[in-house]
Each structure stands twice: as C-alpha cells, then as structure tokens.
Design a protein around this ligand. Structure first.
Ligand SMILES: [Zn+2]
Length: 482
C-alpha cells in the first residue's frame, strides 16, 4: 500500500487496525516515527480463517515433500518417518491432501477460531498472575526490569544488540557472589529462546525458570546450590522482530522479518548459524521457504549479535535453545547422522533431564540427536554451539500439541524445564573431559595432554586462553568427583 493515503483513509485504517496498533504501541524499541509509518501502511491482521492443522503420517521423503508443497508450513520440529507430522494446511488444501492418498487426522478444523479466541482473551483485561497467559515483548522486557529490581545484587540486564528492524535484543545475567573452582570464573549456562517467533510458550517458560532461581536464591536450597555452581545468562526472545510481528500481524510467523524480494519475507534464524551452513539437506535457499537459511552464514543481525555476545561472554559451559513443541531434548548433531564424539555425554544428561521432567507432570520428553533422515537441520544453533564453541548443548522442545497450547500450560511447562535444569546442574560434570559419560583417569590424562599442548579444549574455564587457572579448576573438580 502506498503511503500517500488521504487523511480520512488513514483514520479509517487506524480504526480498523486498532487492536494491532494497541499491541504495537507496547513495543519497547520503537520510536514514535516507526509507529507513524505503521499507521500509514498497516498490514491487515491475518485471521487464519479456513486454515486447518492436520496430523499426517508420511511414508517416505517424496510424500513428505508432496504434503509440504500443499502446506508450505510443517509445524513439527523434527519430523520422522512413520510418525505423526503436523502441517498447517491453507484454505482449500484438504482436498489436495486427500487426493494424495496420505493418511491424516484434522487436529484443528479452522485455526481462525483458535486465533480469534486467543486474541479476544489476550485483549481482555488481564488481572491474573504473570504466568497465567502469554506475554508480548514489552511485558517480557518489563518483567526483566522487575526481576532486576527484586534482586539487584543478583540480576543485571544486558543488551545483546539490535535486530534487523532496530529493536533491542535484551537479556539478563544471574550471578551469585560465589566464585568458580580454584577462584576461577564460574561456569555459565546460557539459555535463549524464541528464535522462532510463534513459539510463545518458550519465552514465558524461560522467564519462569529464571524467576524460580532468582526468587529462591539464599532461601531455597536447590536454587541456591544452582546459582552457587553456575552463572545463568538468559535471552528470552532472540527473534524480537518476528515475535512482535506474531503479536501484531501474523500469529504463526516463524522467521525474522528480512525482505527477500518477490513478496517473500523472513530468514529462519535457526538455519542461519555458521556451522554446517548452506546445505539443501536441512535448509532451503528459497526466500519463500519456512527454513530459508539466508544469503550467508550470520547474514541476519539477530544471529550475528548473538554470536558476538556469546564470543564476548567468558565461561560458557552449557547452552539451551528453547523451542516448542513436541517434548524433546534434542542434542547435536542436526546436520548429519554421524554421532558426535560427546553422544554418551549428551545421552547421559538427556536421560537425567528426562527423568526430572517426567517427575514434574508425568510427561515424557524424548532425548537424542536432532538429526532425522526426513528433516535434517543445517546451519542450526545447536550444531554451532557444540561444533564451533565446544559447548554442551540441548534444545528442549516444550510440551503442547501446537504453537497455541492453552495458557494453563505455561506454569507446568516452566516447572518441567526447571526440574530438568536443576537435575542437569546438580549432576553436570565438567571434569568428564572426554565426554564419554564417565569420569576417570582417562579424563585426567586427556586434559593434561591438551593443556600441555595449549589446545583450545583445555581452556577449562572458557575465558579465551589456556593457563594455570584451567589446570587448577580442572584438578579441583576432578578431585571432587562427579
Ligand atoms: Zn523452533
């Protein structure tokens, strides 16, 4: 639409898009000038009327691709052969799907009903607790400020950097005064979520976990022990532009807001990381695809500033990239079926987290490598953390059967991931240096050889160089046992 609107038309459009503008006005990093531009060129709110959510079982790769050609939007993160795979089907697509002879169930006949009900609920006055419904970017930002105000000696806010549309990607650090082993820097758990905009359960779950730690420090033994062992960094929303867009305009938007030309928008940030980037087996070179990888590794400001922030943060030992949905604890690799060297390590802690999560609400999260023959992930964040940074990494896929689980799922989801994270932190053993799931003399021998050779892996405290601190910290933890 042209910006040369007549004034009455502008007023009419403003009234038609009032709910979207009300949401937009909450965005923290927008200038008034930006809001004016939105006023002049509003994009109608997508109702999803006539869209269906179906659960299909595909028999082979070719059939998967035929369904995807109708759908354009596979909702299952790691679809597998012979297992149900969710697809969003546009109006008129069900007949085409039937013509394929694919077996499927209709999970939601009309997503328009779901979107309308959710929107009505979110636009009604909210007087309940913070975790009783989904939260827009401004509310999440305000919550971070609230947590800083609650425990200013424990929590500090940081900026990661600007997004494509110049919003600020923000986060916070939870840091108790206890030092790491042998006086070294304490190991850091870096938790980030919402690379995919529509995964609204992810940021509120991440915030819930963080708030349990913050509120419980020095009173709750679990939270206290956790924060005396680990520093925690949290970035609740990586894809800030996409997240705002999913609130204002298109509820099931996944990618960032890059203009790819030809009316196509968005790069899948979780295909834009610079490890094993660029394969057509696990991402797409087409700007219209939901898994479009972008024009180059780290072509997107969101992944580039996240990378730079990680590189500037010493001490990172563990990372979590939180997504929805499917109840998984995915570990590397995403791009290849070849098992990673640390597979025994990933599986050991995957199993520990699985048991802890199940103890919360009896939900089983499946752990294991992200890769599936049907749907590999190349250029994913998971592989970058492990392959490039040598950081132990899991990607939880939260509970729920769609991207719009009922808001009553938020607190149980938070409790599940908090239980899993507590169990991980309690048992996590850095001194299992060779990641074979046992700590023994081999770890000592391997570490000493690497340390003498000043290999990057021997930078035990991850501060960027190998020195006596690394040796001291390793020996302290090795002698403590695991
Ligand atoms: Zn995701």
């Amino acid at each position: 639409m042209s910006r040369r609107c007549s004034l009455p038309l502008v007023i009419l459009l403003a009234s038609l898009t009032a709910p979207a503008l009300a949401q937009h006005a909450f965005d923290p990093a927008r200038s008034p000038a930006d809001d004016t531009s939105i006023l002049l060129a509003p994009e109608p709110y997508k109702t999803y009327r006539g869209y269906s959510l179906v659960r299909a079982v595909v028999r082979d790769h070719a059939e998967f691709n035929r369904v995807l050609a109708i759908s354009g939007d596979c909702w299952t993160h790691t679809p597998r052969l012979e297992q149900p795979v969710d697809f969003l089907i546009p109006p008129g697509g069900l007949d085409a799907l039937r013509a394929l002879g694919v077996s499927f169930d209709i999970i939601v006949p009309d997503m328009g009903d779901v979107v309308a009900a959710e929107r009505a609920r979110l636009n009604s006055p909210q007087t309940r607790g913070w975790y009783d419904d989904y939260k827009n970017l401004q509310a999440i930002s305000d919550k971070v400020d609230e947590l800083v105000a609650l425990r200013p000696n424990l929590v500090s806010r940081f900026n990661v950097g600007p997004s494509l549309e110049n919003r600020t990607i923000f986060g916070f650090r939870i840091d108790s005064p206890t030092p790491g082993p042998a006086g070294t820097i304490k190991p850091v758990i870096y938790i980030h979520s919402t690379q995919h905009a529509r995964e609204w359960l992810a940021p509120v779950t991440t915030m819930y976990v963080a708030e349990q730690l913050i509120a419980g420090y020095a009173s709750d033994p679990d939270a206290t022990a956790f924060l005396d062992k680990f520093t925690v960094m949290v970035v609740p929303v990586v894809n800030v532009d996409g997240y705002v867009y999913s609130w204002t305009t298109q509820r099931y938007w996944r990618k960032n807001r890059r203009d790819n030309g030809n009316g196509n928008f968005g790069v899948d940030l979780n295909r834009n990381w610079g490890f094993a980037w660029g394969s057509d087996n696990g991402s797409s070179g087409s700007g219209s695809s939901e898994v479009y990888r972008g024009t180059a590794p780290f072509s997107e400001p969101e992944t580039a500033v996240m990378r730079d922030h990680v590189l500037a943060t010493p001490g990172i030992a563990i990372a979590l990239d939180v997504h929805t949905y499917g109840q998984y604890l995915l570990s590397p690799w995403g791009y290849t079926a070849t098992p990673p060297a640390a597979l025994p390590f990933f599986n050991k802690y995957g199993k520990i987290m699985q048991a802890a999560i199940k103890s919360a609400h009896n939900k089983t999260f499946t752990y294991g490598p992200c890769y599936t023959t049907l749907y590999p992930v190349s250029g994913g964040n998971l592989d970058w953390w492990y392959g490039d940074r040598n950081v132990m990494m899991w990607s939880p896929e939260l509970r729920g059967g769609s991207f719009a689980p009922p808001p009553t799922d938020i607190i149980p989801s938070g409790q599940e991931i908090y239980a899993g994270l507590l169990a991980l932190a309690k048992t996590f053993c850095r001194a299992d240096y060779n990641h074979d799931a046992f700590m023994n003399g081999n770890d000592y021998d391997d570490f000493v050889v690497d340390w003498i050779g000043a290999l990057p892996a021997a930078d035990y405290d991850r501060n960027g160089f190998v020195n006596a601190d690394d040796f001291d910290a390793f020996v302290v933890e090795f002698e403590q046992g695991c």
